[in-house]
Every structure is written in structure tokens, then in C-alpha cells.
Ligand binder design. Structure first.
Ligand code: HEM
Length: 423
């Protein structure tokens, strides 16, 4: 039995993610009554919608059967998928990055970036990251008693951290922020390239243009770092050898682009969502002030609460039965991390923001061989900014109505007006 069309349309509707209530009601119903079912929305090719935590972990543990790169890795509408295949000469994804490759190619590419993002390597960055955090907190406090926490702090601090790690100069940060927002918010006229709601073809064309801008930028980066290598991640990417050869152009571009985009917007959304939750809960704020050791619980709960990457897609490489459903070769599956992180079988009272929750495997970073490469960096930078802010303010509350981005992929708050008192 297929999911009712109205529910299937909600799950793919970018606006539903900015509004929240209807979407959560849809996912709650699906987890209860149709946890693994066929969705056939009006404008999107059919897919299996996977909403339960255990089913997503099981699928992500079987990468040979569930591939990333044969169909689009991110949900796209019918025209978008056709357009991408036409401009790439048949590939399913506009960029060839870690998330859109499988098997040996994925292993080899992941091996290039992996050493730069281990807990030990990112732990060594703590003092540098704290210095960056202090700069942004100083600015925030100077703006007091009010600021837009999303725009003035949460979007800018992770951007500075990742660009420093990659070796992108400060003057290029606004350009990187703009292109990242265009990429992840193509349906949001406040942030997309054209400033309006486009048709599927217009959106695909704009996304292609954003990619071209990013590729033109990174073309020079390869030349620069091959001539003068440095101890930064973009230099590692530019100079990496796989089987005795540099990565090809498509692999290089995919690498730079995923690191420069996934490396900040996700973290920004999580910081903004966590502090939004705090601004609405004076008792949680007091709890955290009284016991700073709860900061790790605050961060873990913020990650679960935000789940800024709403889904990734997989496709079946063979006919197979999962959760009692017969999946055919090439069938497409949506793994809803948003739903998994509200799964009642794993999280008690999932719609409550509880920083004392017992740590459980939440799925915001995914699972299996594609699990987020930057998760240790993300956790570290989130803990540091939380410590720096919380030690310097004595009250924190909303000063207006927050707004979320209109996107069904990477999304979260785009405006969080707050009022605070400095210690
Ligand atoms: C992959 C989430 C921060 C780089 C992923 C995936 C998710 C995710 C869901 C896909 C996992 C899967 O398919 O199982 C997040 C969240 C973040 C975050 C929620 C912050 C709160 C970062 C940062 C970086 C980063 C700071 C820095 C470079 C990557 C890369 C991949 C990835 C390179 C591809 C890994 C692969 O396919 O092997 N992330 N991410 N992410 N993330 Fe993150």
C-alpha cells in the first residue's frame, strides 16, 4: 500500500520543513502506521520512505546493496533529475563528491580527507577555534542587548572555522556563504540565487550556475596549492594521489565543494536551533548556567533537535526484501534522519528538548561508511561556542519570531531574534 499522496507531498515539500507542525504529524503517523512504505508524490519519482531509526541504520550498514550514486543522493523532482543527467552526461548527481560515490572510489576519496578530521587532529585545533569563538562572542555582546542570533553569530562562526581549516582567505567568506546558501536553499527566495520561487527547470539552471561559480573559484585553488603546498585541507585535496595519480577534475571539485559547504551550514543550523530552544526555555538556561558540565548534553540534544540534514537517498543494487517490503533493483529510498531522531522507540518524549537525556545513537550525522566526516569538528566547535556564550551572559530570550529556511535537504533557522543580558 502506498502512502496517501497528501502525506507524500508534505514529506517532499520544502515549505513543510520551514513550518514544522504538519511535517512532524506526518512523520509520527508514518512511524506508527507505515514505517517503510512507497511514496509517490506528484512531482517526484516514486521512492520508499524509511522513517524508523532501526531501518535506517540497517540500510546504511549495507552499502553494497544500497548505493549512493546510481540515483540522485538528494531528493530532486522529475525535471531536476532529467536535467542533471543531461548536463553530466548521464550521472545522477551534479557533483561527484564523497556522498555520491560508492565502493572502492568512496574508500579512496574518504581516505584523503579522513586524517584531517580525526578526534585527535581536530582536538589540536581547540585553542584556535576558541579564539575564533571569542571574536564572534565579543561582537555579539557588543551588539547587545539584542541581535539576530542566526545571522550575526550562528551563520558566521562555523564559516570562519571551516574556511580556516580548509585554507580559504577571510575575504572570500561572504562569497562562500552566499554560494552555500544558494546550493542548500534553492526553494527559498530569501536565500536562493534568483530571489524568487522558480520552476523546477529554473531552479536546476540556477543550481548549475552556482556550481560553475564554485568550480571557477576552486580551479585556482588547485593551481595555487600544487605550486605552494600548505598544512590546510584544500592543499591536501589538491595534492592527494590515488593510485599514483591526482584526483580527476570532477573528484577534486566535488571534494572542495562538499567540504566548503557541508562544513558550515549544517553546524550553523544546529547552533541556531539549539540556542533558539534555549531562548524559549528559561529553566534549561538556568540549569546550564548552574552546571556547565551539562554543555555536552546541550550539544547532543541540539544536534538531535535540529537534525539539519533532513535526508539522504539510496538506491537498491538488487531485488531485496526489507521490513517486509519487496524492493526492486534500482528502487530509490529516502532515509529520513529527521524522523529517525524523533523515533519514539529510541527517544523518550522525542518532542521535548531535554539536555539531561541519556546519550543514544542519534542519526543526524548518518551512519555506516558515509557517516559524517566532520562530526568531531562540528561537536568541538559547538561545545566551544556554547561555553563562551554561556559563561558571559545571565539571561537569554526570544525578541521576535524566529524563521526557518524553506528547504527539504539541509535546513534550519534563518532568523532567531534574541535579547540577552551580559554578566
Ligand atoms: C556527510 C551531517 C558537519 C563534512 C554527512 C552526512 C550527514 C552529515 C547526515 C551523510 C551521512 C550518511 O550518508 O550516512 C552533518 C551534520 C553536521 C555536519 C548534522 C553538523 C552538525 C560537517 C562538517 C564537515 C562535514 C563540519 C566538515 C568538513 C561531511 C562530509 C561528508 C558528510 C565530507 C561525506 C562523508 C562520506 O560520504 O563519506 N554529514 N555534517 N560535515 N559530512 Fe557532515
Amino acid at each position: 500500500m502506498s502512502i496517501p499522496t497528501e502525506i507524500a507531498n508534505t514529506v517532499v515539500d520544502p515549505k513543510a520543513y520551514s513550518e514544522g507542525v504538519k511535517l512532524d504529524a506526518a512523520f509520527s503517523m508514518l512511524r506508527r502506521d507505515m514505517p517503510f512504505a512507497r511514496a509517490e508524490p506528484d512531482d517526484v519519482n516514486p521512492f520508499w520512505l524509511v522513517t524508523k531509526h532501526a531501518d535506517i541504520m540497517s540500510i546504511e550498514s549495507q552499502p553494497a546493496i544500497f548505493h549512493n550514486g546510481d540515483r540522485p543522493t538528494v531528493m530532486s523532482n522529475k525535471e531536476g533529475e532529467q536535467f542533471v543527467r543531461a548536463v553530466t552526461g548521464g550521472e545522477a548527481n551534479l557533483i561527484r563528491s564523497l556522498v555520491s560515490v560508492d565502493g572502492d572510489e568512496h574508500k579512496a576519496l574518504r581516505g584523503v580527507g579522513f586524517p584531517a578530521f580525526t578526534p585527535k587532529k581536530v582536538g589540536a585545533l581547540e585553542a584556535d577555534i576558541r579564539a575564533i569563538a571569542r571574536e564572534f562572542v565579543d561582537r555579539m555582546l557588543a551588539m547587545g542587548p539584542e541581535c539576530d542570533f542566526a545571522k550575526d553569530v550562528a551563520f558566521l562562526y562555523p564559516l570562519r572555522v571551516i574556511m580556516t581549516v580548509l585554507g580559504v582567505p577571510r575575504e572570500d567568506e561572504p562569497f562562500m556563504l552566499k554560494l552555500t546558501q544558494e546550493l542548500f536553499n534553492s526553494n527559498d527566495p530569501d536565500l536562493n540565487r534568483d530571489g524568487q520561487v522558480g520552476t523546477p527547470t529554473e531552479i536546476a539552471l540556477s543550481l548549475q550556475q552556482t556550481m560553475i561559480d564554485l568550480e571557477n573559484y576552486f580551479e585556482n585553488v588547485t593551481t595555487e596549492f600544487r605550486a605552494r603546498p600548505r598544512d590546510v585541507v584544500n592543499s591536501v585535496i589538491a595534492n592527494a594521489m590515488i593510485n599514483g595519480e591526482y584526483m580527476n577534475r570532477r573528484q577534486l571539485m566535488g571534494y572542495y565543494i562538499i567540504a566548503a559547504t557541508a562544513g558550515h551550514d549544517t553546524t550553523s543550523n544546529t547552533i541556531a536551533a539549539g540556542f533558539w530552544a534555549l531562548a524559549e526555555r528559561p529553566n534549561v538556561f538556568r540549569q546550564l548556567k548552574a552546571d556547565p558540565s551539562l554543555v555536552n548534553g546541550f550539544i547532543e540534544e541540539s544536534i538531535r533537535w535540529a537534525t539539519p540534514v533532513k535526508h539522504f537517498m539510496r538506491s537498491a543494487t538488487a531485488d531485496i526484501e526489507v521490513a517486509g517490503q519487496k524492493i526492486a533493483k534500482d528502487d530509490w529510498l529516502m532515509l529520513s534522519y529527521h524522523s529517525a531522531n524523533r523515533d519514539e522507540d529510541v527517544f523518550d518524549r522525542p518532542f521535548e528538548f531535554d539536555i539531561t537525556r541519556k546519550f543514544k545513537q542519534q542519526l543526524a550525522f548518518g551512519y555506516g561508511p558515509h557517516v559524517c566526516l566532520g562530526q568531531h569538528l562540528a561537536r568541538l566547535e559547538m561545545r566551544i561556542i556554547a561555553e563562551e556564550i554561556l559563561s558571559r551572559i545571565s539571561s537569554f530570550e526570544l525578541a521576535g519570531v524566529p524563521q526557518r529556511t524553506i528547504s527539504n535537504f539541509v535546513c534550519g533557522p534563518k532568523s532567531v531574534p534574541v535579547r540577552f543580558t551580559v554578566n
